[in-house]
Design a protein around this ligand. Structure first.
Ligand code: ADP
Ligand code: MG
Length: 374
């Protein structure tokens, strides 16, 4: 497969940031994500057969599957695609026919900007358009999440897929992960910019610890819900109520619950701060979020902690925190536009001296959700 072949359809599927509200999606909380202008480009062509052939330029590898024989693969990236096709067929039997797909991406893989959801939703959207299947956005969101749960094994919440599909240029999404309702919030940070710093590390704890956190939250909720049976999710529990359980929960479980409860409140406070253009408060909330993720939720790592701590000495940086599942990936930073270049140079040198790894800065703009290239 070649990028210069002719194609029937081109889909652009974005990654996402999450300004604040980390790990709250599977706890029924509020997150504040947005789609970004870094995308996976997927070129589709019907091939009039019963086979699907997909080439990823980023992995420089290709595979073919028989639609009559959709089995899980031993190779991770195949499973995002196989999973999506499988679940489309569950909803709309025999709707998917043979096609070729050429994938190229400027989204870093495994760095917390959700290349996985971009891949799933891009494939789902492309198949939907190519074969006129009539899937709704909600169906695409949910089947992509199901594919990641069962075929890949990451028990992710709904935030990533929701944002990839529903993202809106220049807007954050205030997403209520319990009801899947959202509001759009126009972003105007004035002289400040959002910049991602990619640690370029991805500790292999990420998937397993993600699922452990999920079950730790369930354990906490079981104990809290036994007393407060009108509460269903950790994000329904106020921090004062979590504190009643300090001696009733194992310390680790208590810390997880306290982080989640506070983080959900921080998202709502961040929205209020944005609405009143109080960027100092927004920045402080980002730092508090990171502290909670690092000390109570324990999903950070020394590289992420180093970067966030380093930014604290500059007045031109209002806030920073790790973003995404953790154990590597990116930090998100709110920086004065005139200081971005200096900061990047200085922090890249410091990071290289400390870890012998190159940092990748990623300037981002808030873009639209997955769509057909016009
Ligand atoms: P994140 O979603 O934060 O990028 P994940 O670990 O959830 O991190 O997903 C990354 C995985 O998604 C990759 O390891 C790969 O399997 C798959 N993936 C993402 N983008 C591509 C791509 N362009 N080509 C092939 N596989 C991809
Ligand atoms: Mg992912």
């Amino acid at each position: 497969m070649n990028k210069n072949d002719s194609y029937d359809l081109v889909i652009k599927s974005p990654g996402r940031i999450n300004l604040i509200g980390e790990h709250v999606d599977y706890n029924g909380g509020h997150a504040l994500p947005a789609a970004i202008d870094k995308v996976i480009t997927l070129k589709f062509k019907k091939n009039n057969s019963n086979d699907v052939t997909v080439y990823s330029k980023n992995i420089d590898s290709q595979f073919t599957i028989d639609l009559a024989n959709l089995n899980r693969s031993n190779i991770e990236w195949h499973n995002y695609i196989i999973g999506v096709i499988y679940y489309i067929n569950v909803l709309k039997p025999k709707s998917v026919q043979g096609f070729n797909c050429y994938i190229d991406s400027n989204l870093p893989l495994g760095s917390g900007v959700s290349s996985s959801a971009a891949l799933e939703c891009g494939i789902a959207k492309g198949i939907n358009e190519l074969f006129n299947i009539g899937l709704t956005d909600t169906e695409i969101i949910n089947l992509s999440k199901d594919a990641e749960h069962t075929m890949v094994g990451t028990k992710c919440g709904i935030m990533d897929q929701f944002t990839v599909v529903k993202g809106k240029k220049d807007h954050l999404l205030l997403l209520n992960c319990k009801t899947s309702e959202h509001e759009t919030i126009k972003v105007d940070f004035g002289d400040y910019k959002l910049v991602l710093l990619n640690t370029n590390v991805s500790h292999n704890l990420a998937t397993s610890e993600y699922n452990v956190r999920r079950s730790e939250c369930e354990i906490a909720m079981k104990t809290i819900g036994a007393k407060y049976n009108d509460l269903d999710y950790l994000c329904d529990v106020k921090p004062e109520v979590v504190k009643e359980f300090k001696n009733l929960l194992p310390e680790k479980i208590y810390n997880r619950a306290l982080y989640i409860s506070k983080e959900n409140q921080r998202t709502l406070k961040a929205v209020e701060a944005i609405n009143r253009k109080d960027l100092n408060t927004l920045g402080e909330l980002l730092y508090k979020s990171h502290e909670g993720l690092s000390t109570l939720y324990e999903v950070s790592c020394e590289e992420l902690d180093f970067l966030v701590k380093y930014t604290k000495k500059f007045d031109q940086i209002l806030g920073a925190r790790m973003m995404g599942g953790g154990f590597g990936g990116c930090t998100i930073n709110l920086i004065h536009k005139d200081f971005v270049e200096d900061l990047i140079e200085e922090i890249s040198n410091a990071y290289r001296n400390q870890f012998s790894i190159d940092l990748t800065p990623i300037a981002i703009h808030i873009g639209d959700g997955v769509k057909k290239q016009s």
